[in-house]
Design a protein around this ligand. Structure first.
Ligand code: UT7
Length: 332
């Protein structure tokens, strides 16, 4: 049987920084409020002519280079995004694969909001274990600034742009394999976090409505409570089912939505500070890109070594959630 190994990571963050002080000039907020309630100090914003696919491509280039694979060996590309270049078609994954010059590969997007990276990891694992694919490029890429209402202080302080990518490859060595992935969803909570317009479920009378149709709306406080409960339950279950103690986790890589959520889950698991990976302060919430951007952060700072066990934990619109036990298994 083939196993799926997490071989490499890459990420890209646009150069433009939007600070809390910048936002305080746009809406009624302050650096103090944002820092205290979210832990975010700044976020990155893509240029007008920089698309989700451009950021995804740059992250993917790094992941491919670090994997040691030739581009011709990649046989599938999956992109997790809620801010695709084009809402209906083509998929951002097909655009990225063409920009990378990958030729004829299977390519498609999935929509699972902030849980997107854990979802595409599970899809890559399943394709590899079934023997259908050997080397899968997975990408979480978001230009959330394109779907953020910068007059709404409840949401515009949270989100940023960026991309992260990984190569998942077939291996015979069980020690290198992704151990387990949990994914879940409950549409009962759909209205907590959504872009309520812009799809076949909405109708627009005016061009103005059309232009703002994809903006995100969130019932932040209710989402917060469900997030803490669900994230904690999910990681407790995946650790228990796999007979792994939280002390065995080298890097806990949660979705970077809010420092208070991350701390609550970390405390529930009795994790030490050095086990918890944090990028929320500098990137804010980049939805499907947040987990791979955080993994890239520990890789580039030399903190992520071969064989070390990561616990990924995500939660987002849908509502969706997921967790994964992933050893870092680069080719020697
Ligand atoms: O990525 C997917 C998952 N996302 C999440 O899990 C996010 C979950 N939610 C959150 O992170 C938090 O709920 C927020 C950071 C969004 C909000 O923090 P909160 O502590 O839940 O604040 P709140 O919504 O309960 O609002 C408290 C007060 C309100 O004023 P009143 O009614 O008490 O007078 C808000 O109007 O803070 C006010 N407020 C703000 N004040 C200054 C809301 N946004 C702001 C702001 N600046 N940006």
């Amino acid at each position: 049987m083939a196993y799926a190994a997490f071989r490499s990571i890459g990420a890209y963050a646009p150069s433009k920084v939007l600070s809390n002080d910048d936002l305080a000039k746009m809406v009624d907020t302050s650096d103090e409020w944002i820092t205290k309630r979210t832990g975010i100090k700044e976020r990155r914003i893509a240029a007008n002519d920089e698309f989700t696919s451009d950021m995804g491509m740059k992250a993917a280039e790094k992941a491919i280079e670090r994997s040691g694979l030739d581009k011709s060996e990649i046989d599938m590309v999956i992109c997790a995004t809620i801010s695709p270049d084009y809402f209906c078609m083509p998929s951002t994954a097909t655009i990225i694969s063409t920009k990378l010059g990958l030729g004829n590969v299977t390519a498609f997007d999935i929509s699972a909001a902030c849980t997107g990276f854990v979802y595409i990891l599970s899809i890559a694992k399943a394709f590899i274990e079934s023997g259908m694919k050997k080397n899968v490029l997975i990408i979480g890429a978001e230009k959330l600034s394109a779907i953020t209402d910068y007059t709404d202080r409840a949401t515009c302080i949270l989100f940023g742009d960026g991309a992260g990518a990984a190569i998942i490859s077939a291996t015979d060595n069980k020690d290198e394999a992704i151990i387990d992935i949990h994914t879940g969803a409950d549409g009962q909570f759909a209205d907590l976090l959504m872009s309520p317009n812009g799809g076949s479920g909405s109708f627009h009378d005016t061009l103005e409505q059309e232009a703002t149709s994809c903006f995100m709306q969130m019932k932040g406080n209710e989402t917060f409570k469900v997030a803490v409960k669900t994230l904690t339950k999910d990681v407790v279950e995946i650790l228990k089912e796999n007979n792994i103690q939280s002390s065995d986790i080298k890097h806990f890589v949660p979705h970077q939505a809010n420092l208070r959520i991350i701390k609550a889950v970390g405390d529930a698991l009795k994790l030490e500070d050095e086990q918890v990976v944090l990028t929320v302060e500098k990137y804010g919430n980049t939805s499907g890109a947040s987990i791979p951007m955080a993994i890239n952060d520990i890789y580039e700072s030399g903190r992520l070594q071969a064989g070390e066990l990561m616990l990924l934990d995500a939660f987002g619109g849908g509502l969706t959630w997921g967790s994964a036990l992933v050893p870092f298994s680069p080719l020697k």
